[in-house]
Write a protein that binds this ligand. Structure first.
Ligand code: MN
Length: 503
């Protein structure tokens, strides 16, 4: 669990935790913020009956868990004081400076956005509310592109609220849970904060789909129990093997989270036997060379299933995730997924690549956004900037919303160019979407496509890890009206429309 036991949630432990990952942290500032927040919230209670300050303090712990800088943690401690305590932004600026007050204001503004327009049937909402909410959503992404830390605070806030959701009435619980699954967990995923994402999903899943949640818990109970014993044996056997080979490795078993089992079950006709990665063995070694060496050793002892070896070290997932994955016939022929990674990769997968953006030495490095107030590496927030670009171009609010749903919140696949470049596309994307993602001219000149070296119709949806080769002709007739029926990305749609209009 990301959250500490209640009795351990206090300011001294928070300061201790920060000092573990940042020796030079401004501890006094964090302490001052805690006192400020405690005073401002004094007399206020959470619905659970706890003193209110336990909430901002928990949020600060979650942020510290992501190894964020003290400005973010201070803003986390203060995130509710403008909204709930009538503290003026000016006062925060005087006491804590302009960066922190800007962060707090940012989180407060995000709190004003009603996302229900996204979730609910657009037709049911009145025109004016709809327009206002869509405008808020635009602001949300604008805030995100400006300073990603605002969104990280919001995610931590949402995580803690979800963990105390039991105290609210049913309707409210369901609404918050739904919104979390539709907006916040996909965001956490795109930001590569794996642990927060999957724990948040399970928290929300329980309240949003209580029946389905129970079913998944029930149906995995037996499998989990059987596997526990097996994983222990497998772990011991691997530990012996690694000792013989003199490779130092941390080996642990890991169970898949309920919500991702639920989503996978829907794709596998509800058959739990078909989920091979219900459990995985995770091997953590010192460096990349040892990752590949470990893979070789494992394959020499346990036969791998072909086609299930994935090298996310050479080709990281778009959100930065790195590991080697393989699936082998383990002890007694049991099919077992094995994940191999370095310690650093492990930390990043759990805490989010956000963690190391904030170390000063990283900020100095080249390639980081020159945007004055942006605190993220350029390639990591590239998609946010792209989003803002076309939101400006979008004709109407509806168009913007539609694009959002597909480009941001849909599950992503990633595919390769024949040269091995990775492209991150929404599920359902076709060769045409791919072509336009590469370059608009390539889209305009497309005459056919090879998927995994075979000619395929350009209208069929691509699968994860397909290699797509676009065939182009300089004097091709150009995109056809028909294409609009199957392309899914905003970019492809826009380019095709503008080409047709030009004609
Ligand atoms: Mn809050």
């Amino acid at each position: 669990m990301i959250l500490k036991e209640k009795e351990n949630i206090n300011i001294d432990n928070l300061l201790l935790e920060i000092s573990f990952y940042k020796k030079s942290a401004k501890i006094d500032l964090v302490k001052k913020a805690y006192e400020f927040s405690k005073k401002a919230h004094s007399g206020q209670k959470r619905i659970s009956g706890d003193d209110y300050v336990i909430h901002p303090l928990s949020v600060a712990f979650i942020l510290a868990g992501m190894n964020l800088d003290e400005e973010t943690i201070v803003a986390g401690l203060l995130h509710d004081v403008i909204e709930d305590c009538e503290v003026q932004e000016k006062e925060i600026e005087q006491v804590f400076g302009s960066v922190i007050s800007r962060l707090v204001r940012g989180v407060t503004k995000l709190g004003e956005i009603d996302f229900s327009v996204y979730s609910d049937d657009l037709q049911k909402t009145s025109e004016s509310i709809r327009a206002r909410n869509i405008e808020s959503l635009r602001k949300f992404f604008l805030a995100m592109a400006e300073d990603i830390r605002v969104v990280l605070i919001k995610l931590a806030d949402r995580y803690h609220n979800l963990s105390t959701l039991g105290a609210l009435d049913l309707d409210k619980r369901r609404r918050i849970a739904k919104e979390s699954l539709e907006i916040f967990t996909p965001l956490a995923d795109r930001l590569g904060i794996g642990k927060l994402k999957s724990e948040m999903e399970d928290l929300a899943f329980k309240y949003y789909l209580p029946e389905e949640y129970k079913k998944v818990v029930q149906s995995t109970k037996k499998a989990f129990k059987e596997r526990e014993e097996y994983l222990l044996q497998m772990k011991e056997s691997l530990e012996r093997i690694f000792k013989d080979e003199s490779i130092e490795a941390d080996i642990e078993g890991r169970a898949k989270h309920y919500y991702s089992i639920y989503k996978k079950l829907q794709k596998k006709d509800g058959d739990i036997e078909k989920i091979y990665d219900l459990f995985a063995i995770r091997i953590i070694v010192s460096d990349i060379a040892n990752c590949y060496k470990s893979l070789g050793i494992i394959h020499s002892k346990f036969k791998p299933l072909i086609y299930r070896i994935k090298d996310y070290i050479a080709v990281p997932k778009p959100n930065g995730y790195q590991s080697l994955h393989t699936t082998v016939f383990g002890l007694g022929g049991k099919i077992t997924e094995v994940q191999i990674r370095t310690k650093k990769m492990h930390e990043e997968a759990e805490k989010g690549v956000a963690a190391h953006w904030f170390y000063d030495e990283f900020k100095q490095e080249k390639g980081y956004s020159e945007h004055k107030s942006s605190f993220a590496p350029k390639d990591k927030i590239h998609w946010i900037e792209e989003l803002l670009e076309w939101q400006e171009a979008a004709d109407s609010s509806e168009e913007f919303m539609e694009g959002l749903k597909i480009d941001i919140f849909k599950d992503r696949i990633f595919v390769f160019s024949p040269k091995g470049d990775v492209f991150d596309l929404p599920e359902g994307a076709t060769s045409v979407d791919f072509a336009y993602a590469v370059h608009s001219q390539i889209g305009d000149q497309l005459v056919g496509a090879k998927i995994n070296s075979k000619m395929k119709p350009i209208s069929i949806p691509l699968e994860n890890r397909d290699i797509v080769e676009v065939l182009t002709k300089k004097n091709s007739p150009g995109p056809k009206q028909d294409w609009l029926k199957f392309v899914v990305t905003r970019k492809a749609k826009n380019r095709i429309c503008s080409f047709l209009n030009r004609k």
